[in-house]
Design a binder for this molecule. Structure first.
Ligand SMILES: Cc1cc2nc3c(=O)[nH]c(=O)nc-3n(C[C@H](O)[C@H](O)[C@H](O)COP(=O)(O)O)c2cc1C
Length: 168
């Protein structure tokens, strides 16, 4: 799929084919895409937790108020920030770095034919701490991406808005 097409046809998917399996090489491709993202001073202050187990998906769907669709998704990729991994001049930029990695995952998944939904975690501290404690990770959970085979085709919601553009 052309990159332009992937960008323009990506949409949040919240209904998935239950029980669909995603091959490991596809998961790896998504993680590679994430780690190809730009980051401030090339600090790459991220780590990724891939959640496949039904038990952990259920626990995450319980602590996150807006990701019930995780129960049907094949897996979740939890993008975590590593603020301490940033060099001094890059400090504070880690959420932007994680956002860039997240978007790369969404687009790579779209290219592979999967649906995704970016579910926000950071900066909601209660959500971030609940997810961190469930996953027992030293990273700061930034977002949780549900990934699976789409079972819906919602209309694409993005559009070009000339009023949001200024030229100087
Ligand atoms: C920072 C962020 C947080 C989001 N959190 C959630 C969420 O918790 N649950 C959810 O179902 N969708 C979530 N979304 C998806 C948005 O609702 C969605 O991107 C938006 O409505 C536009 O629709 P589209 O992705 O289909 O273009 C989030 C998106 C972003 C960028």
């Amino acid at each position: 799929m052309e990159l332009s097409q992937a960008i323009r046809t990506r949409q949040s998917i919240r209904k998935y084919v239950s029980g669909a399996e995603i091959p490991d090489e596809h998961v790896k491709r998504m993680l590679e895409a994430a780690m190809m993202a730009p980051s401030a001073c090339n600090s790459r202050p991220w780590k990724f937790v891939v959640v496949k187990s039904a038990e952990m998906k259920e626990k995450l769907a319980t602590v996150h108020p807006f990701c019930g669709h995780l129960r049907e998704a094949s897996l979740a990729i939890v993008v975590c920030g590593l603020p301490e991994a940033q060099r001094r001049v890059a400090q504070g930029f880690w959420p932007q770095d994680c956002a860039a990695a997240t978007e790369n995952i969404l687009l790579q998944a779209r290219d592979l034919g999967y649906g995704t939904c970016w579910c926000g975690v950071y900066p909601r501290e209660d959500r971030s701490e609940a997810v961190r404690s469930l996953l027992e990770t030293d990273g700061v959970p930034f977002c949780l991406i549900t990934v699976g085979v789409p079972n819906e085709t919602p209309a694409v919601r993005g559009f070009y808005d000339e009023e949001r553009v200024e030229y100087r």
